[in-house]
Structures are given as C-alpha cells and as structure tokens.
Design a protein around this ligand. Structure first.
Ligand SMILES: [Zn+2]
Length: 468
C-alpha cells in the first residue's frame, strides 16, 4: 500500500520540476512522469501545488522544565503542531540539570519523546564541566547517535557555562566529530543589567530587551566562534537576532572557518514594540535573546544573511508557555518564563515574507528549513525529495490565504506571537514516514509514530589553531 502524488511541482534546494512522486512504505520509491499505480495505492492530486521535502525544525523545546515550570507543548502536541505547519522532524534539546549525568537526562528525554508524532533527535546540552563530562560526551556520540551538543552562554546561576567549560566542550566535540550549538549572549552582563533595572523599580516585560542588548550577543558570538576556531570545531550559533552577531559570523566564515548560523521567524518579523502590549501582553514575547528594535539594521542584517548565504538555517525555538505561566513574572520580568510557540507558523510566515516578499526563492526557503538542517546535523534520509529518501513530504498550495491565530492553531499555546498575521500559502497535506498525517485542516498524526533518528559524526576537527 503506497501513495502516488500526481502532477505537482517538486521543489528542492536549487531545483524545481514537475513530476509524480511515488511512496512505498516509509520511502520515496519513484519520481517521474505518469508513474504507475497499483490498486492498493492511494492517489493524491497535487496539480497546481508544490511538493516539498518535510521541513526540519532544528531548534525546539517540548515539555521543557524551565524557570520553575514546564513548557506547555509536549512531544505529542508539539510535533502534531509542527505537522500542521509542514514540519516533519524536530531536533529537541536534552538539558541535564548542572552537575547531573547526560546519560540520565537522556533516559528522561527518551521517555518523554516516545509519544512524538514526527521523527526526532536531540542536541545534548552541557550545563557544567566536571570530571566525567568528557567521557559522557564521547559516549553520547559513540553509543547514542547524538552528534550535536549545546552550550548556553546565558542564564547565569542556572545552566550557563563559563569560558573554561566552553573551551573543553569545543575541544572534545572536535575530537568526536560533533557540532556545538551555542546560545550566544554574555550571561554575566545580563545578570548585572537585570539587577540594576530591578533595583530602579523597572520590572515590566519592556525591560527584558533592555537587559539583553545586541552588543552582548555579538560579543558572545565572537567568543564562541573564537573558542571553536582554536580547536577546529564546527560551531552552529542558534537563534541569531542582531547585526553584531551576523557580522561576527561573517568574519569567521570569510576567514575560512566552518561555522553556521540560525535565526527564527520572530526575529525577522517582530520588533520590540510588542513588549508594550497592554495587560501584561508583552510577556508573550519574552524569549532570549530578545526581539530587537526596528531602525537599527538588525532585521535587514538577518534577511540579507538568509539570502546571501551567511546564515544557514531557520529554526523556531518553539517553547510556549501559557499566559498563566507567564504571570509568574508579573512583578519581575526576570521571572517570566522565556519562550513562545512557532513550529506551526514557520513555513507559511517565511513563504509569505521571504518568498512572496521577494527576499529569496522557494528553493532557498527549502534549503533553509529542510535541506541545510538535514545536512548540518546528519539527518541523512531527510531534507530532499529524492528516490530512497524518507517519505516526509509537504503538499503546499501557494495560492491559499489564511490568518495565523492561537484560536486555530494546533499547539496548546493560548497565545500566538503571530496573531492576526495574514499569510499566503497553506499546507494542504503533510506526509510523515509515508502516511498522510495532516489533510485539509485535519490532523491524523498518530501518537508514538515518530522515531528517534540516530546520527553519525562528521564534523571532525578542521585546521585547529592550537595543539593541546
Ligand atoms: Zn532554544
């Protein structure tokens, strides 16, 4: 029993062509014209529509315990929300409490993610440096198919690593062939600015961005890339928001360093006026790094980076908290849980403002949202529509129009940071592992049908500057 998708336009990174696509089991088995159909096959008419590889979200947090609460989408609702928006695989972050074992945390994440409706992997966070950390990193790569790590240079007093830890993480990652993903903000400076603002009685969500200026994101990006260069490590800077960090990445790339940059739709489309919404509405937008002001060139720097190749991928940092949860910071913005929903909005928002808006082609959007994350993070069977690849496919109607809203999205989030955004294009169908999981507005995603994808290390040290 398979599928034959007839008459659509297949769009991959760098190519588009009209073809039928045949799916057998979990795999794309044929691409061509007038592909034969057996009586057991289901035929899907894709005339006038695009057939895209399933999008991959390399940056999500499902049921993440953070700042004293747990983010509201679990692996089931979060991946289902992604499927409704054309995302068929995620990479979540496994985050052990500082001083605890990565392998113990991995057991917890495996239990939580067993109910996922889409395929998944994890980046392993390193939240402290101890005598067993290097050995655990090696075991994570060698025995568990996890070939990317995460460090937070922010969240002092919680999960922030210092330069000592950063140095060692970069060193061991290069030896094991893993990528290091980095949250780049100077957490010591943030900590001080937060305390100074609170001492002056400046406690509202509009002071969140004031406590995290773009300069300290640029500084941390530069520092992370320097640490990576010392050891020849491949670094991937997550959720870049500002021109200072884009410029740091540009300098490293132009110097020949192997490194990557990611941004998210909210940093492209929103600006810091959102923090002034009435009735504590600004709290919905509190995330780190913060949404930036207009007129300082940050948004343009990000858009340019996406079109000229200096930025490599678009994630979402999907990590929603309800308004009730956000109220924990009603009298102190530093206690507002950081995060918002986004996994369901990415494709339509970027198609509208990136492709229809004339910033880049649909082929480039496919590259940013599917092909590049698959290549960088080693999801070998994903990110391209081709024979032998996983049958994760999106049938996308470019002419439909709709409005994004928390009232209609599938996420459990009770707010949408894109509320009221008019978008062009709609996901008609999403196929995950050869099965239709979303069709004409109806979710058919099955709890537990997602699989863990083990990955192989490929990013071994390149031209280290130190020998140690
Ligand atoms: Zn994140």
């Amino acid at each position: 029993m398979g599928l034959v998708i007839r008459g659509g336009t297949v769009v991959n990174a760098g190519e588009r062509f009209e073809a039928d696509v045949k799916v057998e089991g979990r795999t794309v088995s044929g691409i061509g014209s007038n592909l034969p159909k057996t009586s057991a096959d289901t035929e899907i008419d894709a005339a006038g529509r695009y057939v895209l590889p399933g999008f991959i979200d390399p940056h999500v947090h499902m049921e993440l315990p953070f700042m004293g609460m747990v983010s509201i989408d679990d692996f089931e609702s979060g991946t289902a929300s992604g499927i409704a928006g054309g995302t068929t695989s995620i990479i979540d972050f496994c985050i052990p409490a500082p001083g605890t074992s990565m392998l113990d945390a991995l057991k917890v994440w495996r239990e939580r993610s067993a109910k996922a409706t889409a395929d998944y992997s994890y980046h392993m966070a390193i939240t402290s440096w101890g005598e067993n950390t290097a050995d655990e990193m090696r075991a994570v790569v060698r025995d568990h198919g996890i070939t990317s790590f995460k460090v937070f240079m922010a969240y002092k007093g919680a999960i922030m690593v210092d330069d000592h830890a950063l140095y060692h993480v970069m060193k061991v990652a290069a030896e094991t062939g893993a990528v290091v993903t980095v949250h780049a903000e100077n957490g010591d400076v943030v900590w001080n600015l937060q305390r100074e603002l609170l001492a002056k009685g400046l406690t509202g969500p509009e002071y969140h961005p004031v406590s995290r200026p773009s300069a300290i994101e640029g500084e941390a990006t530069e520092r992370a890339l320097t640490m990576a260069r010392l050891h020849g490590t491949t670094a991937y800077i997550v959720h870049m928001t500002c021109k200072e960090s884009v410029h740091a990445l540009e300098r490293a790339k132009l110097g020949g360093q192997q490194c990557y940059g990611e941004t998210c739709p909210q940093y492209l489309l929103l600006d810091d006026r959102v923090f002034h919404k009435p009735d504590f509405g600004g709290s919905a937008y509190v995330m780190s790094p913060p949404i930036r002001p207009l007129h300082l060139g940050h948004h343009d720097a990000l858009w340019s980076g996406l079109s000229n190749g200096m930025l490599d991928s678009i994630g979402t940092d999907h990590c929603p908290f309800t308004h009730q949860q956000k109220l924990a910071g009603a009298s102190d913005f530093t206690k507002i849980p950081n995060g918002a929903a986004g996994i369901e909005d990415r494709l339509a928002i970027l198609y509208t403002h990136g492709v229809v808006g004339g910033r880049f082609s649909l082929e480039r959007l496919v590259e940013l949202g599917a092909t590049a994350p698959a290549r960088i993070f080693g999801l070998e069977k994903k990110g391209t529509v081709a024979v032998g690849m996983d049958a994760d496919l999106v049938i996308f109607d470019p002419n439909a129009k709709s409005v994004r809203s928390a009232k209609t999205h599938f996420s459990r989030a009770d707010r949408s940071i894109f509320e009221g955004f008019e978008v062009r294009g709609r996901v008609d169908r999403t196929i995950v592992g050869g099965r239709v999981a979303f069709e004409n507005g109806k979710l058919m995603a099955e709890r537990g049908s997602g699989r863990f994808i083990a990955r192989k290390p490929t990013h071994f040290a390149r031209h280290p500057e130190v020998r140690s």
